[in-house]
Design a protein around this ligand. Structure first.
Ligand SMILES: [Fe+2]
Length: 136
């Protein structure tokens, strides 16, 4: 489980709220996996997470484009890679079911990516908006 902590806030309310929702959905997915809730439930929580990931990244990228964030391209590529990873995980679960070990390993990869991305890349973007005094 990921616990939300102060340093994950980037100081842009709309983005911070979406990140918290993202973490909630990530936690639901992880709980479904660790409680061995069965393939259908696990798939459902992962789809629920995946759709929000797409929605959130889209909103974040729009904000980047509007504010002319110089690292936009590179940031967008990171988002794309993550979406591809989540989709790969989804199709893996769909075809071969859920192995506890791989799921735990993959979960860790997703969580590490997300936390690292928020703390580094999204924080840089938040700082940029604040410096520019851009109203999100
Ligand atoms: Fe991001």
């Amino acid at each position: 489980m990921i616990t939300w902590r102060e340093e994950l806030n980037i100081g842009i309310d709309i983005v911070d709220e979406q990140h918290q929702e993202l973490v909630r959905r990530m936690n639901e997915f992880m709980t479904a996996c660790t409680q061995k809730q069965g393939k259908e439930v696990i798939e459902e929580t992962l789809r629920f997470l995946a759709s929000y990931v797409v929605e959130h990244f889209h909103d974040e990228e729009q904000l980047m484009a509007r504010s002319q964030f110089p690292e936009y391209e590179q940031h967008r590529e990171e988002h794309e890679r993550f979406v591809a990873d989540v989709n790969a995980l989804l199709s893996q679960i769909e075809t071969s079911g859920v192995s506890v070990l791989t799921t735990i390993k993959l979960n860790r990869t997703l969580v590490d990516w997300l936390i690292n991305h928020i703390q580094k890349n999204d924080q840089t973007f938040g700082d940029y908006l604040k410096e520019k005094n851009f109203k999100a």
